[in-house]
Each structure stands twice: as C-alpha cells, then as structure tokens.
Design a protein around this ligand. Structure first.
Ligand code: AMP
Ligand code: ZN
Length: 113
C-alpha cells in the first residue's frame, strides 16, 4: 500500500476525513471540494491506481462500490437518484491516483475540474 497516497492514508486513519459510510473493503467520505450539495467519494481500501487496473477478478469489488454508492446516496436523501462518475487517468481529470467513485446528489454547483 503506497505510503504517500492520500486515500490510502485516509483508509489507514492517518489523515482526517468525514466518513459517511464504512464497510469491509471500502469507505465513503465527503469530498473536501464539493461540486454539489452531496459530494461523496466511495473508495476501496485496496490501492488500485485507476479503473483500468481492475480485472475480471475484481467484479465483486466493482459491484460492491456501485451498491455502496446507491446506499450512501439514499442515506443522504437522494433516493430519487444521483450522479455517478469516475475520472480515469490524467486525461480524464483524475488527480488522486487511487480509484474512487464520485457520488453527487442535487444540482451541480460547478463542473469538476
Ligand atoms: P479526481 O479528480 O476524480 O481524482 O477527484 C479527486 C477528488 O478528491 C477531488 O474532488 C478532491 O476534491 C478530492 N480530495 C482530494 N483530497 C481529499 C481529501 N483529503 N479528503 C477528501 N477529498 C479529497
Ligand atoms: Zn492508495
């Protein structure tokens, strides 16, 4: 597990975060720079640089991330739906190279950078 990865450090409890959900294998935290009323990141505990690193053996993990996203959105008042996106690589706007899913609830106040 990379020592200097921000999300690995949050997973290990070395950096503070507002955790809204935790289960075996992942956690969900509030984004520090939200672009909607609800902006949560669902983060697998395991360090995976980006979506392209997932393999067929990670199908259950991907399913778990999507289920957690729906559950967190509903728990935070967005049972009617939410936005779900993943930045993939520098060209896709990714800035933290530990896989994470953005869960946005409510109108977006600006576009992600
Ligand atoms: P991405 O562009 O998909 O890599 O998004 C990374 C997201 O992580 C951005 O929306 C940042 O605001 C957010 N972020 C970076 N550092 C932290 C942190 N320490 N706690 C919570 N969110 C963070
Ligand atoms: Zn990491």
């Amino acid at each position: 597990m990379p020592q200097d990865c921000v999300f690995c450090r949050i997973v290990r409890g070395e950096l503070p975060a507002e955790v809204v959900h935790r289960e075996d294998g992942l956690l969900a935290i509030r984004d520090i720079n939200p672009v909607a009323r609800t902006h949560v990141l669902v983060i697998p505990d395991r360090h995976i640089a980006d979506l392209r690193e997932l393999s067929a053996g990670d199908a259950d993990l991907w399913w778990q991330l999507t289920q957690a996203a729906s559950r967190v959105a509903a728990d935070l008042g967005h049972a009617d739906g939410y936005r779900f996106f993943v930045s993939v690589g520098p060209g896709g706007g990714q800035t933290v190279f530990h896989l994470h899913v953005h869960v946005l609830g409510g109108a977006m106040t600006r576009l992600p950078q």
